[in-house]
Write a protein that binds this ligand. Structure first.
Ligand SMILES: NC(=O)c1ccc[n+]([C@@H]2O[C@H](COP(=O)([O-])OP(=O)(O)OC[C@H]3O[C@@H](n4cnc5c(N)ncnc54)[C@H](O)[C@@H]3O)[C@@H](O)[C@H]2O)c1
Ligand SMILES: O=P(O)(O)OC[C@@H](O)[C@@H](O)[C@H](O)[C@H](O)CO
Length: 462
């Protein structure tokens, strides 16, 4: 690897300067957000066999990131934010970058027998699920994708992630290009089963004969992914300009920690991905991370923003907030499958990670899309507590904080289910609590439980 400092002063990153030609495309990624660039692309960069494994990356929605990355030949700087300084790494694993609506290019990738796997990070909402987990067949974009692909399997008018995956699989089946692995990397429990289901649901509507081909050729890998990756700022881009003498509009900032646990088959191989763990079942890793890390993130996003905090590091330094987090962790820990000492160590490590003041992780960013996050982060432990009788305050506080947030307190409300959450915010409070508890799997909540949440909502709003 050449010295990135040799890149032309103040110029752009270039493959020639960096000394790494684009690797052959053997992977597709959907959703070129910050996290993908800090995680899957970085693991690939660090693989011993990275010269054989290039990504064709497709944006989720707008073409902006694809255009900007194309100007830099797919290269970008990952700024690893250590507690005492920044370490820049130039990442070159994106061999091609396309706008998400370039379905022709997507189809071309799927038709190649060289393509081995498809990773995705399109947010929880991007998989277009209805309550219950199946594909949302009422979603107008899903309906449009089904109509477009029914009318023409080679249609270029495909907008949703399940639609794009099915368009790709139709092309691959037709080209007889062989098996492929789908590898979702979003914070969704059992994300492999989730993707398998929405893909099958959409294929069923478009062309049921594809189901047999999927059965014989598509494996779905379930993953637990972790690396705190906030959005980069102008200041971060200036830091890279100072450190590397390049103007990089696509800087990504991340923490030093990273974790990737995967379960499933890769019929056409994969990069070596150093440090990734391959296991039979990710569920205990996934619960530990989703409930302890993401759960406390959401609790702080709603509760601590009401106290005026803007970032995770500021929130966790506040003793009141730290107390809420510890109370939630005490509840979650009772329902985790991992060893008690692992939970203790994980909690300590999380406090350290959250306290990294140099990571400006905005609570407002974490607060988005609560309708997709609150039930999966808090529901299982809360429902288990409710089934046992009296529910500790640490289990209900996150729900109360979210409802106070929907009432207009703390971070602004942005949600993929905007209509639903607006109605919830305007509903009679006890009814809103009942509805949210229902989403958490508590169908007939005791009046005492509803009263407990209402009291906590009142505390947040006073
Ligand atoms: N940022 C993190 O710290 C982190 C860590 C672990 C996992 N994740 C997972 O990665 C996902 C993406 O996070 P990020 O930090 O990259 O966010 P981001 O905002 O940087 O990127 C989101 C990506 O998803 C796409 N997208 C958004 N809504 C979509 C939709 N409805 N349909 C299709 N594509 C859509 C966007 O176009 C973009 O490419 C998260 O939702 C989370 O599940 C993030
Ligand atoms: O990315 P989201 O929106 O699913 O959740 C917000 C954060 O909790 C999340 O990004 C964490 O930082 C991440 O999951 C750490 O690995």
């Amino acid at each position: 690897m050449s010295d990135p400092q040799s890149a032309a002063g103040g110029g752009r990153l270039s493959r020639q300067e960096h000394g790494r030609p684009a690797a052959p495309v053997r992977m597709v990624h959907l959703g070129v957000g910050n996290f993908f660039r800090a995680h899957q692309a970085w693991f690939t960069e660090r693989s011993q066999d990275s010269a054989e494994w290039g990504y064709a990356a497709f944006t989720g929605r707008s073409a902006e990131v694809a255009n900007a990355l194309a100007e830099q030949e797919g290269l970008y700087t990952l700024l690893v934010r250590e507690p005492d300084g920044d370490r820049p790494e130039v990442i070159s694993s994106l061999s091609a970058v396309h706008a998400g609506d370039d379905i022709e290019a997507l189809r071309g990738c799927f038709e190649s027998s060289e393509l081995a796997l498809v990773t995705s990070t399109v947010t929880e909402a991007g998989y277009r699920r209805a309550t219950g987990g199946g594909l949302d067949l009422q979603d107008p974009d899903v309906v449009a994708d089904i109509e477009a692909l029914r009318a023409n399997p080679e249609s270029n008018e495909v907008r949703t992630t399940p639609g794009r995956l099915v368009a790709g699989l139709l092309a691959r089946a037709s080209a007889d290009a062989g098996p492929i692995a789908l590898v979702p990397c979003d914070n969704v429990p059992d994300n492999g089963a989730m993707v398998a289901r929405v893909v099958r649901d959409l294929a069923t509507e478009v062309d049921p004969t594809l189901l047999d081909w999927i059965e014989g050729n598509v494996t779905v890998v379930t993953t637990m992914v972790d690396r705190i990756t906030p959005r980069a700022t102008d200041e971060d881009r200036e830091t890279v300009a100072d450190l590397l003498s390049v103007q990089d509009s696509q800087v990504v900032v991340t923490e030093p920690f990273s974790e990737w646990v995967l379960a499933g088959e890769f019929p056409r191989g994969r990069p070596e991905w150093p440090g990734a763990q391959f296991v039979d079942d990710v569920s205990k890793h996934e619960q530990r991370k989703l409930w302890l890390l993401n759960g406390s993130h959401s609790l702080m996003a709603y509760g601590a923003s009401i106290l005026g905090h803007e970032t995770v590091s500021s929130a966790i330094a506040d003793e009141t907030v730290r107390g809420w987090v510890e109370e939630w962790w005490d509840v979650a820990a009772r329902h985790l499958e991992v060893e008690a000492e692992d939970v203790v160590a994980y909690r300590q490590a999380l406090v350290e990670r959250f306290s990294n003041e140099r990571i400006k992780h905005l609570l407002a960013q974490i607060a988005a899309d609560g309708s997709q996050k609150v039930p999966i982060r808090f529901g299982p432990a809360l429902a288990a507590e409710a089934a046992q009788g009296e529910v500790p305050v640490g289990a209900t506080r996150p729900v109360a904080a979210w409802i106070a947030h929907l009432h207009g307190h703390g971070a602004p409300v942005t949600d993929a289910q905007q209509d639903t959450v607006s109605q919830l915010g305007q509903a009679e409070p006890a009814e809103a609590v009942r509805t949210v508890l229902g989403w958490m799997g508590i169908e007939e909540p005791a009046q005492s439980l509803i009263d407990q949440v209402l009291t906590q909502v009142g505390e947040f709003e006073s």
